[in-house]
Each structure stands twice: as C-alpha cells, then as structure tokens.
Ligand binder design. Structure first.
Ligand SMILES: [Zn+2]
Length: 286
C-alpha cells in the first residue's frame, strides 16, 4: 500500500505493526497505516482483496448474535428507522448493502419500506432469502439496479470492510434518488475502546497487544473518525446531513465475562462523548 485509498497522497506512515493470529493465504504482515494528508487510518490488507473475501463465511456470521431477543443491534436499527422517519423519509425503496441475514430488512419491511438486500456471503444471503427477502448474492455492480431507484441505502458496520470504496460510492450515486439518503454506521477510531487499547499498548512498550488486536483486526480495512469519514464522503460526492455517536453496535461479544468488562467502559464512553460507533446520514452533492 503506497498511497492513501481516499486522497491518494503518498505521504503514509506506519502506525501499528501487528502479526496476524491466523494466516490469511500467503499474508503474514498486518500493518495499520496513517495518511499524513487526510489522517485516514487504513490497513495494508487492502492490497489483498481476494483473500479478504474468503473471511466472510458461516463462521464469521456465527461470531455475532443474530437473534431478535434483547439484541442491542435490533434496538439500534429501530432507533435508526425512527431518525429516518423524523427526516421525512418513512416509505419508499430501501437497499441494505451487506444485509447479512436480513434483520434490518425485516424491521424496515414491517414499517412499510419496499426492501432489497445485497450480501456477498452465500451462507448469510441464503438465510435472508429463506425469510422471504429479496437479496442478491452478487456484486452490486452485477445486480444492475435502475438509475435513481432507491430512497435510502444503508450500510451497518459494512463500509470498513470494502476494498473498493470509490467503485461502491459511484454505484450508490447512480442508484440513489436525487434527494435520497445514504446511512452509514462504522466504528469510531476515537472511541473510549480505542483510547484504552492505544494506552495499554504504549504504556507496556508494545508488549500488551491483546486490546489493540481487538480494535484493529484483519477484516477492517479502514478506521474512521468523524473527520476522516466526512472527508471520505465528500471526496466521493456525498455530504453529511446528520452525524450521531452511538454505542449500539453489532460488535458486542456473546462472552459473559467480556460483557462485564465492556459495560462500564461503554458508560464512560457515553459520558465522554467517545462512543463506539459513528452513525451518519448523507445526501448526494448536487
Ligand atoms: Zn489521505
């Protein structure tokens, strides 16, 4: 990786050099790089898009709780639909890009949206299809949606996994209506979790790597702050209309012990305004 994936600057510095826990094809080195021009944090694994696709199979989806009961993910989806409703969008065509098993689509459908999903994992898309949803298990470029088709496109914890940001945003601009809404949730690289992980790494002279490896893992290719997410959207023809910090995410562990540790840290994050995730609502530039 010799240039920034967003601003193309060649002024790149190495932030973290982390060994992979499990080998990923022939890849050994896992580096987190920072662009000196736009400050985006990104991974050297952007150079290996094909190996990255192999990550998203059954095992990946089973790591996360996809049930509806007491699920923070479901609560956050309901809240997002409320916000979309407040922004005067309450029906029309909605695409959930990277829809996994289709939980968000089911909720949106119940509220009257005409819903579509795109999901590259065969395992997850098959579950979504069995639930009666219209889900395409192929690249969005191959689906060939009509121009100006969607009122809303959502990406829930998906943008950080995409190797070709430019190509995806170009397609979103084509298929989204003039006044359509692009909704993106992604981890916040300035969250309390990142701060504590960075601190333990620095104070231990780079010997305590467990927290940092939890924050920076091979399937995430970018680590956005509110500033770099804003720059990335601007560069790709979108303007942020609303940005909300949220600590509800799909990333919470099923492990009870981890839950006990995470809970108070979440609370401190809320108090400091350094929550786990960024949620933005953006529109196309005129
Ligand atoms: Zn840059």
């Amino acid at each position: 990786m010799n240039s920034c994936p967003v601003c193309k600057s060649k002024r790149i510095k190495l932030r973290y050099f982390l060994k992979l826990n499990e080998s990923l094809g022939n890849i050994v080195d896992f580096k987190i790089l920072e662009c000196n021009n736009c400050n985006l944090l990104f991974s050297n694994l952007l150079d290996y898009p094909r190996q990255m696709d192999s990550i998203y199979e059954e095992e990946y989806f089973q790591k996360y709780d996809s049930s509806f009961k007491n699920n923070p993910k479901i609560r956050s989806f309901q809240k997002a639909l409320d916000i979309v409703g407040q922004m005067r969008y309450s029906s029309g065509k909605l695409l959930d890009f990277g829809c996994a098993e289709g939980n968000f689509l089911i909720l949106a459908k119940k509220r009257g949206w005409q819903v579509y999903g795109v999901e590259l994992s065969k395992f997850a898309s098959n579950i979504a299809k069995k639930r009666g949803l219209t889900v395409f298990n192929e690249s969005i470029h191959d689906v060939k949606f009509q121009d100006n088709f969607f009122d809303v496109i959502t990406l829930w914890d998906v943008i950080e996994h995409l190797s070709d940001l430019e190509g995806i945003f170009t397609e979103f601009r084509r298929i989204l209506k003039k006044d359509g809404l692009l909704i993106i949730r992604t981890p916040n690289k300035n969250s309390i979790f990142h701060i504590l992980a960075n601190l333990s790494y620095a104070l231990s002279f780079k010997t305590v790597t467990f927290p940092i490896k939890t924050m920076y893992h091979p399937d995430h290719l970018y680590y956005f702050s509110r500033q770099t997410l804003n720059k990335t959207l601007n560069k790709n023809g979108f303007k942020i209309k609303k940005l909300i910090m949220t600590d509800q995410t799909t990333m919470y562990s099923k492990n009870k012990f981890m839950k006990l540790i995470i809970w108070p840290i979440r609370l401190i994050g809320i108090l400091l305004g350094r929550q786990h995730s960024l949620l933005v609502m953006a529109k196309k530039n005129a």
